[in-house]
Ligand binder design. Structure first.
Ligand code: C2O
Length: 541
């Protein structure tokens, strides 16, 4: 095993997109940021120095952080932010994982521009389960705003309403020809007729789930969330923010220029979004350089069936070791609601998460971030920052019919709180995640830190234990699951990684509104089951 060292400088950089110049926060002046390359089993050390006036942290999304909870990165959960001028060194080992993941900032809305890929190659001599392609490329989907992101965040949360749509969707930072002033701001892959390519697709967007397709070409999914899958061939994929999918694509079409396109998947009603696709080029060697790119057919923005089709196709490559018995079974509603005081005093800051009026909750608890890291509070036994009473069932009635809320708003009100769920080491956990909400139902990409989980079941409508069918044989092993709009998903994992682990909706606005919960996993016995001491340079609040 070797050690990979990276030096990340958080810096601002002047950038011009869509005919407008602005300062964005980057790592090392790169947008998207530098790629972290490693091999399975490697030790990764990233020294992060904050040269901006803003608070920063970096999260290694999907890295399971075995016994290294201190390096996970979510602000106020496992660490205080790295303040202006400070340095913090993240250190972790890539234990039994390989594939494509991403890193991103995990404080305020900084991750809108502070993100990049993590590529973990198999150990030397360990073959891929597919023929290794001719070449590989990283494709990161993003969202771009002309406004300063931190100002945008404050304005949106103060308004109490939803966020404005991105000004552009981007592929590797480029909006592409559908946007103003962007006909040359296009990402391009040159391909050779007859060759096969591996595309490492990452959705690093803030608030939008996205479809991705290449005109006239099939995509074969071979990996999702850095785990091999049974090869599944499809015309398109859907990725929620935080999700990664590796696909193989063969350049087997007439020599031409083709579009690679991303466009929104928006299952909620009444949410504003840009129904424009961002386009990159998949260009054959020998094609006329300025020829028109053949358009890629994306599903319509609300095509839930297209999403289900992709989901149905995801299976682990081999049979997997799913926990058959369950020690802790939690039923968790996830959804959006309007805090009660809104109707009395419109736009007044009252009970909403982080001072807002819109709220989002799990089991009617809208999560409030503390002003100290929960991991530190837990580890040092400092009282007063959190409670251990996250309910195992919703506090309020959640029923709805056919995916449409039919319930009066009062019954899905949320309460603010910093409530955690404590799990003994080794607990076999099942979570039933049920989408609900009085504002809208929608597909929520729920992400768990510190673990991957088996997605053993999902469906539309209310979860019904009598009729639900589970796949305990070869379910996909993921870190982020798009819970179907107006439906449910069941996930299982063994809580064998001690620490304080965040679980939240990866739509950033929902996270701001409180759609999250924290699991505290206790130590087991012996050194291999015990969280070590905090690193000496851990930032202070
Ligand atoms: Cu990728 Cu807590 O996030």
């Amino acid at each position: 095993r070797s050690t990979r060292f990276y030096d990340f400088k958080v810096q601002t950089m002047r950038i011009t997109k869509l005919c407008n110049a602005k300062d964005i926060v980057t790592i090392n002046g790169m947008f998207p940021g530098p790629v972290v390359y490693a091999q399975e089993g490697d030790r990764v050390i990233v020294r992060v120095t904050n040269q901006t006036p803003y608070n920063a942290t970096i999260h290694w999304h999907g890295v399971r952080q075995r016994l290294t909870c201190w390096s996970d990165g979510p602000s106020y959960i496992t660490q205080c932010p790295i303040q202006a001028g400070q340095t913090f060194t993240y250190e972790f080992t890539l234990v039994q994982q390989k594939g494509t993941l991403l890193w991103h900032a995990h404080v305020s809305w900084l991750r809108g521009t502070v993100y990049g890929a993590i590529v973990v190659y198999p150990k030397t001599g360990v073959p891929y389960p597919f023929t290794y392609p001719y070449e590989e490329h990283i494709i990161i989907l993003g969202e771009y705003w002309l406004k300063d992101l931190l100002q945008l965040e404050q304005a949106v949360l103060a308004s109490g309403g939803g966020p404005p749509p991105a000004d552009a969707y981007t592929i590797n930072g480029h909006p592409g020809p559908n946007y103003n002033c962007s006909s040359n701001d296009v990402y391009k892959i040159d391909v050779v007729l007859g060759k096969t390519y591996l595309l490492r697709l990452i959705n690093a967007g803030l608030n939008m789930e996205n479809f991705f397709a290449i005109a006239n070409h099939k995509l074969t999914i071979v990996e999702a969330d850095a785990e091999y899958t049974k090869p599944f061939t499809t015309d398109r994929v859907m990725l929620g923010p935080g999700q990664t999918v590796n696909v193989l694509v063969t350049a087997d079409q007439p020599i031409q220029r083709y579009s690679m396109a991303m466009g929104p998947y928006m299952s909620a009603r009444n949410v504003p979004f840009q129904n424009i696709s961002s386009i990159a080029y998949f260009q054959y060697l020998g094609a006329m350089p300025n020829s028109l790119a053949l358009p890629a057919p994306l599903p319509s923005f609300n095509d839930n069936l297209a999403v289900k089709t992709v989901m149905d196709g995801l299976k682990s490559l081999n049979p997997v070791d799913v926990p058959k018995e369950i020690d802790t079974n939690l039923f968790i509603t996830i959804g959006l609601n309007v805090q009660k005081c809104r109707s009395k005093t419109p736009n007044q800051n009252c009970q909403g998460a982080n001072g807002g009026v819109m709220a989002a909750s799990m089991n009617n608890i809208s999560f409030i971030k503390p002003n100290l890291s929960l991991l530190e509070a837990y580890y040092k036994k400092i009282n007063g920052y959190y409670s251990e009473d996250f309910p195992g069932v919703p506090l309020k009635f959640y029923d709805f019919v056919n995916g449409a809320p039919n319930n009066i708003p009062n019954d899905t009100e949320s309460m603010n709180g910093t409530r955690t769920k404590v799990l003994e080491f080794g607990t076999r956990v099942q979570l039933i995640l049920q989408d609900t909400g009085t504002v809208s139902t929608e597909n929520h990409p729920i992400h768990l830190h510190g673990y991957s989980f088996y997605v053993v079941g999902y469906g539309t409508g209310n979860y019904n234990p009598q009729t639900a069918t589970f796949n305990l044989f070869d379910p996909p092993y993921m870190n982020t699951i798009g819970v179907p709009v107006g439906g449910w998903a069941a996930i299982r994992f063994v809580a064998d990684n001690p620490g304080v682990w965040f679980m939240h909706c990866h739509l950033e606005i929902h996270l701001s509104w409180g759609l999250s919960v924290v699991f505290i996993v206790k130590n087991g016995h012996g050194e291999l089951e015990t969280l070590p001491h905090p690193p000496a340079d851990l930032p202070r609040c």
